[in-house]
Ligand binder design. Sequence first.
Ligand SMILES: Nc1ncnc2c1ncn2[C@@H]1O[C@H](COP(=O)(O)OP(=O)(O)OP(=O)(O)O)[C@@H](O)[C@H]1O
Ligand SMILES: [Mg+2]
Length: 359
Amino acid sequence: MNNTSVNKPVIGICVSKKKRLMSELVERRIKRFHGNASFIKFHVEDLDFKNFQVKGECFEKKTRNWIEGIFSFPDVVYVQCHIEKEILEQIEQIIGRKVFNNFIFDKWQASDLLTKDDFLQRSLPDTQQLKNETNLQQFLNNYQDIILKPIDVTKGHSSRGIFRVKLQNNEKIVVFFAKRQEMKVKDFLSFDDFFEWFSVKTSGKDYIIQQSIQTMTWGENTTDIRLNMNKNGQGKWEVSVLLFRVATNGSHMIPKVATALTINNLIKMYPEDSKKWQDIEKDITTLGHIICQDFEYHGYHMGNLGIDLGLDDNGHLWIFEVNPLPFPLDGTVNDESLTKPLEYALYLASNKNKKRLFF
Ligand SMILES: Nc1ncnc2c1ncn2[C@@H]1O[C@H](COP(=O)(O)OP(=O)(O)OP(=O)(O)O)[C@@H](O)[C@H]1O
Ligand SMILES: [Mg+2]
C-alpha cells in the first residue's frame, strides 16, 4: 500500500469514469491550490470498505504527475460525480461527516427541493416533469412561453438540449434552441408537428418543463445572472463569482458566447432605473445564501453550488437553475470556485472535533 506524505491531510476526490472533463478539472484545481495537502483521485468502484483502502491516483506536486496506487482512506472526500446514498453513508461511517457535495441532484430534484421553502418558492418559475404530449400542451397553453430542459445536469449543460417554446395566436409554435453557439429559430404550424420533431431530437431523454421568465433585455438581447457559491477555508458559505450576463439573442443564454460583466455594471447600463438596482447585489447574495442553507436544512452537505438567476423588469429575482457540479469560469474572471472546494476540504480535514470513526 502506498503511503501519502506523513502528517499532511489527505483529500480524496471522487470522479466519474465517464466524465473526463470533471477529472481534468481536478488537476486544474490542485495546480492552482497552495495549501498543504495530498490529493487522491479515485472512482467510487475502487473503494475497498473491508480494508479501508482505495485504489486511485495520487498527485505528485513536484513532478506534476498522477501516481497510481492503493492508499488508506482519505481524511475528506470531495464528491464530483453521482454516488449512491448507501455508499456515501458507508464512507461517512469511516471518516465522519467529511464527505461533501453528497447530493449530486438533477434539475427536477433541485426544483422539487427548493419549492418546499416559502421564501424561495416566490423566486421559482413554475416547473413540472415532462410526462407526455398532453401535459406539455397544457403547460404551453397555460403560459404561452415555456422552456424545456434535460433533467440530468451531467448530460445537459451550457444550454445544450434546451428549447424555448412559444405559442403564438394559440396555434403556431416558435422554438429557439442553440446549435454550435448560435441561436436557431424554427416554426411549426401545429403542436403535433412540434412534438414529433422534439421527440425525435431528444430521443426519450427526461425533461422538465418550466414557465419562461422575460428577464431584462439589453437592446434586443436577454440577460441572466451567474452566481457561484462556495464554502471557504473557515467552513462558511461565500460568493465566489457574481456576474451579469448579456446573451447574443433574445431567447436564452449560450454561455460561451455571452458577455459577462460584473454586477455593478447593472446600474451603469440602466441608469434610469438605478434606484431599483441599488440593493441588487445584496439581494442576490442573500438569495444565494438562502439557497445554500436550504440544502443544509434538508440534511445535505454541499461545498459548492452554481446558481443561474434572472432579473425581471420589476427587479424580481428568479431561480433558473442550481447546479451541484458548476464549472469554474475560464479566462478573464478570477473564479475562486476553482480552489475554494480544496480550501474547504482542508478545513474539514483539520476539524479535530470530527474524528474518523475507525482506525
Ligand atoms: N425559466 C426560464 N425563463 C427564462 N430563461 C431561462 C429560464 N430557465 C433558463 N433560462 C435561460 O436559459 C439558460 C440555460 O438554462 P439552465 O441554466 O437551466 O440550463 P443549462 O444548460 O444547464 O445551463 P448551464 O449553462 O449553466 O449548464 C439560463 O442561463 C437562462 O439564460
Ligand atoms: Mg445554467
